[in-house]
Design a protein around this ligand. Structure first.
Ligand code: ASP
Length: 422
């Protein structure tokens, strides 16, 4: 029987519904159907995981154990994911999340967080929130208790207080002192000025290696391998730190924050044996950022994304670039098309590199780790570079009955150059 235009249109919209996208109206209805089938088939083939699986950054080991126990006890996957984020937010020694994080350029803490709940397909996010420590819980409150998905700034803070969260001073003493030191050492090498995507951007090192690279390593202590520039800088900063009253035992940490500003974020993706998935992400963002700046962490689809049919992903690294490629949703969509977690994560990293057409003068300033979890429990950690600024392999933590740290799959051998460089 010949296909009528009406048949074709109704088949196309069925295919579009299966894809969850707007109607695909092509001249070739068969191609549209085939695409829908491929995506649906690769998702249908996924089996339920035999055991729950949780992925997160290297660090919160105790919380990861506890969260895993929650999953084996049948607790909801979002509760388990948030348990780890809250643990990092409450830890004053975690300098990239919640209390103890590094402040913005005015010395004020502004926190970002987001979460997604697979079973209900809910999402919540908050950005640039001051004075509220547990922003991951606040993101969930936005999801559960409002008709919105995202609140930012003062409105988010007022909403938090209305929901019973306490205002508190989030600037830990060592973070305040590190900020003071940075402020006194201020120069034009900061987040002001044209970004790398702008035609006005000039490579401050014209392709040469900045001293701040220091063989990719942030040393634990000043050492003999130091170049004269780093020696001179750290000496000057150490003297300034002493003048600012930073105690001797904290001085080197404060100097390191100025020379190699903290980066980091906690992301958690979890799946239980029913195949229910959730994710959450929390960060204090880039150290010394402009007030009001949001990175990828509070952006649903960039720093955090879960699709109950397919999988979950999240990120830590260069937030501005990750927003440009909607990293987390890109990874999940690639898995929907049948790519493995590893392939999907690496492909998203290639898209990051594509932003700058592979120009390594720019790519060297980018950093990224993706946490990727598929609905059947398959997972991967994927990083742009093989090692971190500490010289250690880029890694992530996983719990699937046994807790362990695994190395990331990576795109480039080497390490990134911290921004701002010197
Ligand atoms: N992605 C975070 C942000 O852009 C920072 C990080 O993870 O290092 O705020």
């Amino acid at each position: 029987m010949p296909t009528t235009r009406r048949d074709f249109l109704s088949r196309s919209s069925l295919a579009a519904a299966a894809l969850g996208t707007a109607a695909i109206l092509s001249e070739n209805g068969v191609a549209a159907e085939a695409r829908a089938d491929t995506a649906a088939e690769s998702v249908k083939r996924l089996k339920l995981p035999a055991k729950p699986v949780i992925l997160t950054k290297v660090g919160p080991a105790k919380a990861l154990d506890a969260a895993y126990q929650m999953l084996t006890d049948g607790v909801d996957t979002l509760d388990a994911a948030l348990y780890i984020c809250v643990d990092c937010e409450n830890d004053p020694n975690d300098t990239s999340v919640g209390l103890g994080g590094m402040p913005n350029e005015e010395g004020v803490m502004e926190l970002d967080a987001s979460c997604m709940h697979g079973p209900t397909r809910g999402a919540g996010a908050v950005g640039a929130v001051r004075n509220i420590k547990n922003v991951s819980l606040l993101a969930r409150m936005v999801m559960d208790r409002t008709g919105h998905v995202m609140l930012v700034g003062e409105g988010a803070e007022r909403f938090a207080v209305a929901q019973g969260l306490k205002r508190e001073d989030l600037l830990a003493e060592n973070a305040r002192k590190a900020w003071l030191l940075w402020k006194e050492n201020h120069s034009n090498a900061d987040w002001w000025g044209p970004g790398m995507g702008s035609p006005g951007w000039k490579d401050p090192f014209d392709g040469k290696t900045p001293e701040s690279n220091l063989h990719g390593r942030i040393p634990r202590h000043p050492g003999p391998e130091w170049t004269p520039v780093i020696r001179e800088r750290s000496q000057r900063l150490t003297e300034m730190a002493a003048d600012l009253g930073i105690p001797l035992e904290q001085r080197w940490n404060a100097v390191k924050e100025v020379l190699w500003p903290t980066t980091g974020t906690v992301h958690v993706s979890a799946v239980d044996t029913k195949g229910q998935m959730s994710s959450s992400t929390s960060t204090s963002g880039m150290a010394w950022k402009l007030p009001g700046r949001l990175g990828d962490s509070p952006i649903i689809g960039a720093g955090c994304f879960t699709d109950q049919d397919v999988g979950s992903a999240g990120a830590t690294g260069s937030g501005e670039e990750n927003v440009k490629i909607a990293g987390a949703v890109t990874i999940v969509e690639l898995m929907r098309q049948g790519l493995s977690p590893r392939e999907a994560g690496l492909e998203a990293l290639r898209r990051l590199v594509r932003i700058y057409n592979g120009d390594m003068k720019k790519v060297r300033y980018l950093d990224m780790i993706y946490f990727v979890l598929r609905k059947d429990g398959a997972y991967a950690g994927c990083s742009l570079w093989s090692t971190g600024p500490d010289g250690k392999p880029r890694s992530f933590m996983v719990h699937d009955g046994t807790q362990r740290t695994e190395k990331c799959e990576y795109l480039y051998e080497g390490y990134y150059t911290a921004w701002p460089p010197f």
